[in-house]
Design a protein around this ligand. Structure first.
Ligand code: AP5
Length: 209
């Protein structure tokens, strides 16, 4: 969990590699649907470009379908899901149990700096930052050598709307999960990428024991 730019996608990739589990990013799934021009993608595009949330029903159906795939048998990491109390309740109804919640905490002022410098490799979802986490070669993905792009919803106005939506609709999940008894970890999201990576890795080792 964490607001836009907190580093969820960046850290999710490390955790998934270390634990050999798939990353289920509802944001990436929606962006793929837009790129493929599906009906869902067409509907989601306008909502995402306003910085609002796609409806709980649509998101829960996407996740339910994704979890049917065999790579999820040993567990998975959710990145940017659930995002509302309705989605968290929906997960319970689908018998999806949560073992650990990691919340990345970051101030509003840093969010804008993080998002404005973000560049992504669209096909894989790999994330870079022109200042904090640059690719080996400017504007080119390290793995495929394809060009990097800026997300359509990364303008300052839309980011401010996304932060507002986070505070109103997603932040209530903090208390929801703290009260639920799952292992809940608050991480300083303003540390360096590597420091956060190490902190999460250490915490997840203790969570396993
Ligand atoms: P989504 O794609 O999930 O976006 P988000 O939650 O707004 O989060 P971001 O991807 O912007 O940030 P992040 O925390 O992953 O940060 P990142 O690692 O990239 O959702 C997009 C939209 O889809 C939503 O607005 C909504 O419309 C819809 N949607 C998605 N899921 C939904 C759901 N469940 N329900 C309803 N609607 C849904 O890092 C940001 C930048 O900072 C990068 O450039 C990175 O390189 C850099 N960086 C990362 N960590 C550090 C660090 N420690 N120090 C310096 N730089 C860093």
């Amino acid at each position: 969990m964490g607001p836009p730019g907190a580093g969820k996608g960046t850290q999710a990739q490390f955790i998934c590699r270390e634990h050999n589990i798939p990353q289920i990013s509802t944001g990436d799934m929606l962006r793929n649907a837009i790129a493929e021009g599906t009906t869902l993608g067409l509907r989601a595009k306008a909502i995402m470009e306003r910085g609002e949330l796609v409806s709980d029903d649509v998101i829960l159906e996407l996740v339910r379908e994704r979890l049917r795939q065999p790579d999820c048998v040993a567990g998975c990491l959710f990145d940017g899901f659930p995002r509302t109390v309705g989605q968290a309740d929906g997960m319970r109804e689908l018998d999806i149990s949560v073992d650990v919640v990691v919340e990345l905490q970051i101030s509003d002022s840093l969010i804008i700096r993080r998002i404005s410098g973000r560049r992504v490799h669209e096909a894989s979802g790999r994330v870079y930052h022109i200042e904090f986490n640059p690719p080996k070669v400017d504007n080119v993905d390290d793995v495929t050598w394809q060009p990097l792009v800026q997300r359509h919803d990364d303008s300052e106005t839309v980011v401010r709307a996304r932060v507002e939506v986070y505070r109103e609709q997603t932040a209530p999940l903090i208390e929801y999960y703290k009260r639920s008894g799952v292992k809940y970890y608050e991480i300083d999201g303003e540390a360096t990428v590597n420091e956060i990576r190490q902190n999460i890795s250490d915490l997840l080792k203790t969570a396993d024991t």
